[in-house]
Structure formats: structure tokens, C-alpha cells
Write a protein that binds this ligand. Sequence first.
Ligand SMILES: C[S@@+](CC[C@H](N)C(=O)[O-])C[C@H]1O[C@@H](n2cnc3c(N)ncnc32)[C@H](O)[C@@H]1O
Length: 408
Amino acid sequence: MEIYLSILNILLEVYAGKNLNEVLIKYNNQDNFPKIKNITYGILRNYYSINYSIDKLVKHSNLQSRILLQIGIFELKYSKKPEYAVINDLVNFSFDLTENEKIKNFINGVLREYLRQVELLDLDIQKDYSLKYNIPDWIITKLKKQSKENYLQILNGFNHHPAFGLRVNKRKINQDEYLLKLDEANLEYKLIQNKICLVKPINITALPFFNDGFISIQDIAAQSSIEILTKYQIQPKYVLDACAAPGGKTCQLLENINCKVVALDIDETRLNKVSDNLKRLNLEAELKLGNAMNKLWWNKNLFDLIIADIPCSASGTLKRNPDIKINRRESDIVNFVETQRNIVINLWDMLDTNGFMLYITCSIFKEENQDNIEWFKSNLNDFELIEQFQIIPTEYNDSLFYALIKKR
Ligand SMILES: C[S@@+](CC[C@H](N)C(=O)[O-])C[C@H]1O[C@@H](n2cnc3c(N)ncnc32)[C@H](O)[C@@H]1O
């Protein structure tokens, strides 16, 4: 029952607009945390179809009762727990919580009615993309407009559990040797474009040689910066990672290229994570707490590469952050675009002539990606676009956008 209380409180916070990861941190010491996380993520991933079923079954419900029904429907549809146990536990929990006989009977009645109607409800759900893919209509409409040819592929790509990408620290071990360690630990993996994806998620501490810094977790779509630099034979000496935390791209760069990196981030707690990751991987960078929209932290030395892995709608990570589809509004995008433009304008002055900027977002929306690049073209001096591409989400990766820009 403690599990249900935690899930109820987490969802109340998320529905009030809080970030799911930040809310979950408060619960990760609880013994039953994996179960809490599994049910909470499950409800948010299937939010639209579960709510559709509730709306079909009841005329009115307050938020608390709705969350209890969400838990019930999620468990009835997606868990192996016997139906009678799901209903029994939730009915008992609703009474313990409210001491209200009416609410207890309401939960009991609606969940039993759900079981009677589930097949019909599922037929409806299959007919509507928003319900089938559990993505809000505004995102579907936008994707349909922006990516006519492959929007269904994108929707399918979002319709999976997040993948578990790994990046080998080549300064410690080569990838083939590390694959043998995974074999020895009986951890199943797939190689996708020669990048490692674990078949089942595990606790990071169970990854062989994690604490020794042989390996990091990084979605495989987030691992493309080195390939781009290699493709254009870019060997930077002095690099700014302008939005660096938790340090995935900074560390990957240092694992592959001998260079000096300034890792900047506006958030101190997140910047501490960069420090932890560098230590674990036995790498070094200069950490700076500061705002990429101003120059207060800058020592006036020009950079020959700037990585701008910029704050964005994170709409390319819907699988990993399902609360985004509930709390993000279409109207938020203009604010992200404004921030992105202000950051890049400010960073442009810090880039040396013939230097490169790698502009990266984990957004699927054109406004934050291709449209911004067009805007930079018209508004930044000496701007030359070398290459831009969007990685489409699949069962193995999130969606990221990359643009390599040169300052002539
Ligand atoms: C997409 S994350 C970066 C991920 C990171 N590059 C990596 O690969 O691990 C964006 C980061 O930008 C930071 N950020 C947001 N606004 C910023 C600003 N104005 N100046 C500097 N950092 C900022 C956030 O704190 C966040 O850590």
C-alpha cells in the first residue's frame, strides 16, 4: 500500500507541472523504488489511452480517484498481477486513504467495468493515433506537418521503452574487449551501428568495471559528435562545452581527442555531476558555473570548437521523459527558440575564425533545429553550414539533431 501512496504523491506533483526525474529522486531510497518507478513510468507512457478508458467509464472523478483508476488500469492491462489482487489492493488502499465507503465502491465498480469493456475500449484506442501511440494531438499534428514522409516511423520510434546505450572509454579499454566483459557477466547486448545497446536495463553498478571508468551510459544517438568531428577531420585544441552537464559529450570528447575542454553549465548541482563523471573516467576539464547567454565567466581566449548542446523541449526523448508529453505546451517552443538563439549569438563571439560549432538538440521540432539554423545563417557573420541531420527515434535510440557550423 505504501507503493500506491508513493505513486499517488509522485503523480500529483507531476500533474502539477513538476519534472518527473526531480520528483522521483525523493523516493529512490525506498525498498520498493523499482516497482514505484515502473508503475509511474507505465502510467505516464500510456497516459492518453488510460485516460481515454477512464473518460469512457466515468462521468466525473476528482484527481485523486483518477490516479487510483490510472494505477488500476495500468496494472490490469500491463502487469502480471492477478486481476482480483489488483482490484482488491486498490479498493483497500482507496478506503485506507479516504475512509470513504463511496469512493471504495466507486474504484471497485469502475475497475470491474473496465474489465468487462476492455476489448471494446482497445478497439477504439487502435483507431486513434494519439491514443494508440500515447502522444498528445498537438505533437502528432506538428510531426505530420513537419515530417510528412516519416511521421509514422517517428511515432513508432517513440513507442518503446527507452534504450540502454553504452559508451566505452577508449582510454581504458577497447570496445571488443569490453564486449567480452559483458559476455562474461551474461549481459545481453546488440550492436547498432557499432554502438552498444543493452537488451535489458540494469542498475549501473552491475555494469562491469563501471566504477573503474571503463564504461558510461549514453543514448547511442547522443554519441554522434565524435563521428562528425572525425568525418571532417576536426582536431580541436581548445573546446567549450557550453551546456555541459551531466558531461556526456565533454567526457566522450576527452576519451577520444587530446584537447583542453572548458565545461560550462548554469546549474551547480548538474555541474557537480560533470565533475563526478570526469573523476570516474579519469579525465580532466576546466569546470565553470555560468550562463552561456553572457560572457562573465569567459577569459577572452577564443575556442576552436564550441559544443552547444542547448536547452530544448527535449521532445526527442519522450520515451525517457514521458512527463514531457503531458506538461510541455506547444506555446513553450517559442521560449526555447529564443533562449537557443540568444545562447548561440553570445557563443559566436567566442569562436575563433575557422573554428567550428556543433549545435545539438534533443528536440524533434523543426523550429528548434532546421529553422534555427536558417535564422543563424541570416543573423550571424561568417556563418557556414557544413552539415545538419536529425536522428529519427527507434527502439534503440532517442531523437537528436546535429548541425556542424563553421566560422569562416
Ligand atoms: C541537454 S543538457 C546537456 C547535456 C550534456 N551536453 C551531455 O551531453 O551530457 C542541457 C544543459 O544545459 C544547461 N543550461 C541551460 N541553460 C543554460 C545556460 N543559459 N547556460 C549554460 N547552461 C545552461 C542545463 O543545466 C543542462 O545541464
